[in-house]
Design a binder for this molecule. Sequence first.
Ligand SMILES: Nc1ncnc2c1ncn2[C@@H]1O[C@H](COP(=O)(O)OP(=O)(O)OP(=O)(O)O)[C@@H](O)[C@H]1O
Ligand SMILES: [Mg+2]
Length: 443
Amino acid sequence: MSGSRLLIVDDDRTFRLSTAALLRQDGHEVAEAPDGQAAIETLAQERFDLILLDLRMPGLDGIGLVEVLRKWGHDTPILIISGYGTVDTAVDALHTGADDFLTKPVEPDVLSARVEELLERRPTRSKETEARRGGIIGRSPAIRSVLEIVERVAPTDATVLITGETGTGKELVARAIHDQSERAGGPFVAVNCASLAEGLLESELFGHTKGAFTGAVRQRKGLFEAGQGGTILLDEIGDVSAAVQHRLLRVLQERELTPVGAVRPVSVDVRVVAATNKDLRVEMEAGRFRDDLYYRLNVVRIELPPLRARKEDIPLLVEAFHDRVGRRPHAGCSPMAMRLLQAHTWPGNVRELFAALKSAHIRAGDRRIEAQHLPEEVRDSRADGPESDGSERYRRSEPVEDERTAIENALARYGGTRTDAARALGMSRTTLWRKMKEYGIDG
Ligand SMILES: Nc1ncnc2c1ncn2[C@@H]1O[C@H](COP(=O)(O)OP(=O)(O)OP(=O)(O)O)[C@@H](O)[C@H]1O
Ligand SMILES: [Mg+2]
């Protein structure tokens, strides 16, 4: 697969140069990073199809890098190329999430072949995963377990209760359950139970006869009947009235309903998925929610954790956003912007993240998204306090306060060599020069 983008991470400059030359001859685009930290910064803003990684490097070493990347949800394949005497470590790296390894010295033919092999393996893997996931993005343990439950319960007809804060993907998960069930060919009906006045919801859901109430000029079928053979999502189930709760219980118990004003029941074949951002147990204890209904709904429970509890999913969600809006393939985000995105607490969860990216995208246009393109509340998120994610390890070794400090640190580290500093910062030399002028840093 020529035309792929590869990243070589190795502190040995000669090795980097010769390997890059070889792989360019094979038709690939190649970038280089001299150590783990520089690699992270490059990866925060560009996408690669394969990473070639040395194990022994100063600072953040190869294994450390594999750990951080996998924790952050990067699924780019990693080929370890290690020196003599590091086979044990290479095996550790494979356990940590690397895909393959070669030992130095590497025959050019062997390297080319192995690279091709890994590149070819990837697209099928990700396409299959994509289809199975129903658009649910994330590699955090929490999301993995959600995906597992979805896969397990979708084919059954079990009632599912999905809980989670606003914007965590409850509706997305409900659709995934429907799409992966035998009912996929039938309708998926989503009802927001909170958006309709009490009486209206009742007749919307269950239908009514002609003359059932003032204004019921003719008979109407309800949404349950519209969902025959398919799935109904009862969103905001925590907000339904006692009357509706009573009717829902009947549907779940008897698989039949009686339209408002009717005497004879109609049988229904609809799978029920309910969602709420309320704690139904609290509602139940306060006497606002029937406990028998609660237990009928809570057959299978899927809890979606807030985004701040799974920050490692953020880079993947950002990447998915870039894909979706068709941003220039490698415009990406600056390392600083990515750090801010990971530091924010996201009260509106994934919906808020996508909205923030959308506005940043509009401001940045075709250029890379920089810190200043992000909404104010995201830019202020540094005040949110320390985080505990995979980035800590490298953050500790190199505390980066802001862009200015990052630039000063990089220049100091590379003895003022702008080319290397720019590469480590993931910016072009001209950008670095411009920013140095902006911040009044002299080389
Ligand atoms: N894990 C995810 N992967 C991809 N997109 C996601 C994910 N989670 C949420 N989204 C997206 O975020 C937005 C909000 O998701 P959704 O409507 O499912 O949230 P919700 O939990 O139903 O929110 P609310 O309680 O406000 O109704 C949608 O655009 C959805 O596609
Ligand atoms: Mg919703």
